[in-house]
Ligand binder design. Sequence first.
Ligand code: KIV
Ligand code: ZN
Length: 525
Amino acid sequence: MSKTDTPRDKSNRVLIFDTTLRDGEQSPGISLNKQEKLEIAHQLARLGVDVIEAGFPITSPGDFESVQAIAREVEGPVICGLARTSKQDIEAAWNAVSDAARPRIHTFIATSDIHIERKLQTTRDDVKGQVRAAVSQARELCEDVEFSPEDGSRSDIAYMAEVIQIALDEGATTINVPDTVGYTMPREYMAMFDELYRLVPGLHDVVVSVHCHDDLGLAVANSLAGVEAGARQVECAINGIGERAGNASLEEIAMLLHTREPSLGLWSGIETTEIARTSRLVSRLTGYQVQPNKAIVGRNAFAHEAGIHQDGVLKERTTYEIMDATTVGLRSNSIVLGKHSGRHALSNALQEMGFELDGQALNTAFKRFKDLADRKKQVTAMDLEALVTDELREEIPGYALEWFEVDATSLRPPHARVSIALPEGGSATGSFTGDGPIDAVFQAINVATSIAAKLSEFTIGAVTEGQDALGEVSIVVEAHGFTGAGQGVSTDIIDAAARAYVRALSVALARSQAGEALGLSEATP
Ligand code: KIV
Ligand code: ZN
């Protein structure tokens, strides 16, 4: 039932296609391992997305394995793998998703002249042939096939319509027309769909989809325009991550449909109370911080600074709030454990939050919980979430922090010593006298690993409010020509920073090794 309690019209349901793990993972510096991708995919299922684009299986064995694991484990949404039009791409996508209860192959090729001539260095006719062959191959393997004419918004409409007709003739079930470079404007995108519906009447019988990038800050507005023109699937990503300026933010799309449903008449199946948690998980695992004033999930999204506003909200919340923070899962911190809570209470709390931990993972979580409870009066759901997510990162292969010590006084520059477990086995120590305690630890890590890494971003935050809050550090480093992002959580900010630095180094190292194997540098398109 809708908010007005009248039955909702099914034809106005907007499908939410989440591409956090594919387009989102293409953001510079992001490199998620299989365990982290699975964790995000399970959370996306709890959030109620309709489709999870889990990755681009041909691009690396790691991506293939992650998509396959998600297809095998995650229940609920359709699990989709991306493929170019080549036979091998489509086979890889199918092999990765085929174990899902509801698999989908998403194949794409560019239809704009600039992409056809300059990037693909081929002809319009050849592209048509590739689409025919790819969609027909995909359709033989899978009932659910999506086709995207890449750079659709800059393509010649008549030509793109012919290509779409071919995809439909071969059995495509979803047609997605992307604004790949974030160039279009709402009225243009809407007009493009109007014209496509006119030129290709068969579009009325399949799902039409939008996929917008945010280069001009219009991704959500353009997506809405597409939906108003008749599209019923929106491709988007948590926190708006994605290539360059990113994709349309899932949370903005979901809350736009939720808040303005009476006017739009459109709705989605998103469980909005899971939004904040999903946003935090993605931010932690990707190392991409959410800007404070970000709509819906920024820490100021529901904060009121001006006295007049605070006064108004105290008298009547809706004077200045169009949404209730609890609707997006903010300010819901009902789980509280304390110093005397045992393993069982922790396990129950984690289960209630959707984390299935047992054996060694539960032991480690319990040890970290006890350390925290010794220092913090009340351990909340947000603290537990931060600790458990932090533990997941231990599975990133590469370096690991064994211990550190810092001598810091106001009389001498601080001196740090560290011990690092090495990826090839064994450990190495390093020491350094730095400008501050954190700088000394970072430089000592460089000495121990013999990597001249450069710190390019460093952010400190607190998981919850209060003096005893857990600290959370986010770092981006550059090493061997590649960037890596890492985060660390601890009650000791130097410990959190050291963990984050070592993880960021491991990510940069893994990316440089993968890049070397393919003969790439990060600058390679
Ligand atoms: O932006 C884009 O065009 C894409 C396609 C693969 C859909 O990401
Ligand atoms: Zn894209």
